[in-house]
Write a protein that binds this ligand. Structure first.
Ligand code: 3HC
Length: 303
């Protein structure tokens, strides 16, 4: 009998998924909610703090379904079926029959801990819980859970529809059923899944934080944005550092740098300027179609 590779959980332990709950209706959550509905073809319930945020998330998903239809990737019937599977609500009691509940709320440890502690009151004892945190400790996120063995990290990358990877973060407490379910779901989403240790930034963000932190530090110490981006552009990265920072979101980017600096102060930079740029909202100047045309004048004054 062929042996499983080391670290790979037994797929036979995976729980079937008949309903998905998504906590948070921001851009990242809405992107993966669409992927769940499209690839698992099960009801997906999205929640957030208020109905306006929920409606925005659902509108995004409907918009993306319309785009898939207009590109001929799905038929009108499939589009209708997918739309019918998506529900937006602020009422978490809708999670009572969900088998898989995944969170993508604000990247603040206390917020995420409270979200999971609260959600445990609504979900079934068998439900598996996942967090899309970009760099926080998954074990600490589950610190207030009665059953931390059912929590796993499930980390998507922007843009979710296109990036092929999911990091499945295995904490010392995650049990094999949870890990196995996460791996099977990642496969159904047609993503490559890697199992990572529960360390700051896991694998990918640890490496990206180095690139983005050094790019930001160069600016912080007097090198203009144009020189940094222009110098790295010919190296063949799909996006320059400042484009990538805008793609992940400047607030998320600043948070990722802070987390890495806190964990490894001698290896990673933090950047006050990045926080100021996040408050301002942008670094790049773009035309009406979103194509980068240069750097934002106010952003240049900030640094
Ligand atoms: N949403 C949905 N689809 C998108 C999209 C988006 N935001 N952006 C691009 N796409 C789709 C396009 O519609 C197109 O689909 P089609 O083939 O059906 O028409 C396809 O992707 C290719 O688009 P483009 O022609 O614009 O492709 P590009 O060659 O310009 O590539 C890219 C776009 C894939 C985003 C590329 O620039 C890239 O790989 N950039 C780097 C992205 C990256 O490193 N992401 C990781 C960030 S780290 C992170 O997210 C972790 C977090 O924790 C911080």
């Amino acid at each position: 009998r062929a042996k499983r590779p080391a670290g790979a959980p037994d797929k036979k332990l995976a729980r079937p998924i008949t309903k998905v709950g998504v906590i948070g209706a921001g851009l990242m959550a809405s992107q993966f909610a669409l992927l769940f509905v499209r690839r698992l073809q099960v009801p997906v319930v999205i929640t957030d703090l208020d109905q306006a945020r929920v409606d925005k998330g659902v509108a995004y998903i409907h918009g993306e379904i319309a785009t898939l239809q207009s590109k001929g990737r799905i038929t009108a019937d499939e589009g209708n079926r997918l739309r019918a599977l998506v529900t937006g609500t602020t009422d978490k009691s809708n999670f009572s029959d969900a088998d898989w509940v995944i969170e993508a709320v604000f990247e603040e440890l206390g917020v995420k801990q409270d979200v999971f502690a609260e959600i445990e009151n609504y979900v079934s004892p068998e439900a598996i819980l996942a967090t899309n945190t970009s760099s926080l400790s998954v074990e600490k996120i589950g610190a207030k859970l009665a059953h931390p063995e059912r929590l796993v990290g499930f980390h998507f990358f922007n843009p979710v529809a296109v990036m092929p990877l999911i990091e499945v973060v295995n904490t010392p407490q995650t049990n094999e059923t949870t890990l196995s379910t996460a791996m099977v779901i990642a496969g159904k989403l047609r993503k490559n899944a890697v199992i990572t240790r529960d360390t700051p930034g896991f694998v990918v963000n640890r490496i990206l934080a180095k690139l983005l932190g050094e790019a930001m530090h160069a600016v912080d110490t007097g090198t203009p944005f144009e020189v940094v981006d222009g110098a790295i552009a010919p190296f063949g990265l799909p996006m320059t550092p400042f484009e990538l920072l805008e793609l992940v979101g400047l607030k998320v980017g600043a948070h990722v740098l802070d987390t890495h600096h806190a964990a490894f102060p001698d290896r990673f930079f933090e950047s006050d300027n990045l926080h100021k740029l996040a408050e301002h909202g942008k670094i790049l100047e773009r035309d009406a179609k979103g194509k980068v045309t240069g750097f934002d004048k106010t952003a240049k004054k900030i640094v």
